[in-house]
Design a protein. Structure first.
Length: 208
């Protein structure tokens, strides 16, 4: 990250406005939005869009997705607003997740969804997430209707994600992520899927 003046040419006020517009466009579109989509949405020249994206990535206001094709909000964006209160997870929910960890040989993480934002509410202490890639992928469940979704975290690791909808109102309130070696996740046995579904159904009774 550089502390020097942003390497933008032309009128600086316009460049600043364009950079803020790019951040807003990524926030609206969600993780994975491409440079082409941002350029079209803002009616910016592709060269200008790429220059702004490179600066925002360098300054950590944006990050590139693992496949390098899209972008997501970076860690420094959170410093622009007061921290959001993350709802406390009921002790019963922690116990449900703990039982799943005892039954499977994978990392098991529970994520919550608050005001459209994903946050880890019960990360597996024995298998901590390596980076922000897990949260970026979990954010995709907002627009994904699949019962169980698979995604890769790298060349050797992958995850299964099971959305958790509140039994009280049907709202998408959380997600379970089971992470392990890519080979085992890509071809999970029926027992793993069963345990994952049972855990999600129990959690549905505990979240709102």
């Amino acid at each position: 990250m550089s502390g020097e003046t942003l390497p933008l040419s032309g009128r600086q006020p316009r460049a600043v406005r364009n950079a803020l517009s790019v951040l807003q466009q990524v926030a609206r579109a969600g993780p994975g939005v491409t440079a082409k989509e941002i350029s079209a949405g803002l009616r910016l020249a592709p060269a200008t869009t790429y220059r702004l994206l490179n600066v925002l990535v360098e300054e950590e206001y944006l990050v590139r997705m693992p496949d390098l094709r899209g972008f997501a909000l970076g860690r420094r964006v959170s410093s622009l607003a007061p921290p959001r209160r993350v709802p406390e997870v009921p002790a019963a929910a922690h116990a449900v997740v703990a039982r799943l960890r005892d039954r499977v040989r994978f990392g098991v993480h529970l994520a919550g969804l608050t005001d459209g934002r994903v946050h880890l509410t019960d990360p597996d202490p024995d298998h901590p997430p390596a980076d922000g890639g897990l949260l970026r992928e979990l954010a995709r469940i907002r627009d994904d209707g699949a019962a169980v979704r698979r995604f890769a975290l790298g060349p050797h690791q992958a995850c299964l994600v099971r959305p958790v909808h509140s039994a009280a109102n049907g709202r998408l309130a959380a997600a379970l992520a089971v992470c392990g070696t890519a080979g085992r996740i890509e071809a999970p046995d029926d027992g793993l899927i069963h345990h994952l579904n049972v855990c999600a159904e129990e959690l549905a009774l505990l979240v709102v």
